[in-house]
Design a binder for this molecule. Sequence first.
Ligand code: ADP
Length: 198
Amino acid sequence: MLRIGLTGGIGSGKSTVATLLVEHGAVLVDADVLAREVVAPGTPGLAAVVEAFGDGVLGLDGALDRPALAAVVFADPQQRARLDSLVHPLVRARAAELVAAAPPDAVVVQDVPLLVETGQAGSYDLVVVVQASLPVRLSRLEQRGMTEADARARIAGQATDEERAAVADVLLHNDGTREELAAQVEAFWRTRVAPADR
Ligand code: ADP
């Protein structure tokens, strides 16, 4: 098994790279997907979040009311840390289960937006970092429907490009076209993944 940690700032193109790696045959474990799964209706994770933050974060349908929860935690770093301390261990445990269930010769890619912020670089055989310049990221996030102020606030809350580059085994540059990105992923797969002895 080869374990790849994939990260990058919001809007850098991380999800796009994850999709390209899956096309090459990787098994994807997506932290954002798991973060939703562990607080789905009926889970112990949701019960813990409701116990910590009150019934106000529960929608009428019994699912987590994400905007209500976001309003609580984005305004208050302590509440944010409290939420993270509930959800992150559940995400890590579920990710570990999925990695353990992958075939022994699999290339497992874990898409972890906060890999650098949460000090997880040492958990992978290879860390792949996707980078794009700030104006490019802002314009792509705006095309995705995010306001510029929201995009800037999220970027400011994450690690810097330098911090991510410092832990990268491989840097992918995504200021160009999708085809240019795909070519870099193909070269990475051919030179660093395919020859690996697993
Ligand atoms: P992240 O997962 O890092 O937030 P995404 O992969 O979702 O980033 O990319 C952000 C947005 O930019 C998406 O809408 C995606 O389709 C688009 N995008 C990514 N790479 C390119 C590219 N090279 N050219 C044009 N659009 C791109």
